[in-house]
Design a protein around this ligand. Structure first.
Ligand SMILES: NC(=O)c1ccc[n+]([C@@H]2O[C@H](COP(=O)([O-])OP(=O)(O)OC[C@H]3O[C@@H](n4cnc5c(N)ncnc54)[C@H](OP(=O)(O)O)[C@@H]3O)[C@@H](O)[C@H]2O)c1
Length: 221
């Protein structure tokens, strides 16, 4: 990734995409927040602009973001992933795509990890985007913490990809989250483990009224 790279967010108006965008912009990365509506993206960015007076953060339609950015984060709900990626597939050819999608559903207020026929949200994304390189990660980071620039990200970010360069770009971005460590989680086939864990963490958060996260012990980085 060069210093001129634009890091884009599809579905960037949600707390997770906006929070990651804020954190990266604070570290001098050029960020573009994408949406189905430019007005909605402008409104979302206006809420964080004061936190990054010197940062570069702009907005665009999801399609424009897919065309001009690399890497491109996918930060839509799982239920919207397939239709969104099918629409943007041609614009994402030969790009690095980073999925933060956790396939969740809620039953009586309890978060449940949804079964995905492809094996995980990330594997499904890679199947659809067969001419892009795909990584996944950031599943277990609380968006609320990301949106508070003073909050330490007391968590590991486990990153998965079958492509070394895409994995390395994603891990470098993860290291920008103050307090976080980037951990190589292997290939996309392993992504389902942290995707599933998201549901558990959400339920723990409810019990403890907290922002829980994960740390891997026993390794030296
Ligand atoms: N929130 C967290 O703490 C957290 C933590 C880890 C991982 N994640 C994962 O990160 C992803 C984003 O999370 P989030 O909480 O930011 O999600 P969200 O607020 O529910 O949605 C993010 C954005 O996706 C777009 N979107 C919603 N429905 C859509 C549809 N049917 N078609 C196309 N676009 C649609 C919307 O953008 P526009 O209306 O502007 O187009 C929305 O602002 C999810 O997959 C989630 O599992 C979230």
């Amino acid at each position: 990734m060069s210093s001129e790279s634009l890091v884009g967010f599809i579905g960037g108006t949600g707390p997770e995409g906006l929070g990651l965008g804020l954190r990266f912009a604070l570290n001098g990365i050029k960020v573009v927040i994408g949406s189905r509506s430019v007005k909605k993206a402008e409104l979302a960015v206006s809420k964080i602009q004061s936190k990054i007076p010197d940062g570069y953060i702009s907005v665009g339609l999801n399609k424009e973001v897919a065309e001009k950015c690399d890497p491109v984060f996918i930060a839509v709900p799982y239920q919207a992933q397939k239709s969104t990626l099918e629409e943007l597939k041609d614009s994402l050819v030969n790009k690095n795509v980073i999925s933060v999608v956790a396939p969740l559903e809620f039953e009586n207020g309890v978060a449940i990890s949804k079964e995905v026929p492809a094996g995980s949200a990330a594997l499904e994304a890679a199947q659809i985007l067969d001419k892009s390189t795909v990584a996944s990660g950031f599943h277990n980071i609380s968006a609320r913490d990301l949106l508070d620039p003073d909050a330490l990200i007391d968590s590991d970010v486990i990153v998965f990809s079958d492509n070394d360069e895409c994995k390395s770009i994603t891990m470098e971005l993860a290291k920008l989250l103050r307090g976080a460590r980037a951990i190589d989680g292997g290939g996309l086939v392993n992504s389902r483990y942290t995707e599933d864990l998201t549901a558990l963490l959400l339920n723990i958060n409810k019990t403890y009224k907290a922002h829980s996260a994960i740390r891997i012990t026993g390794i030296k980085i």
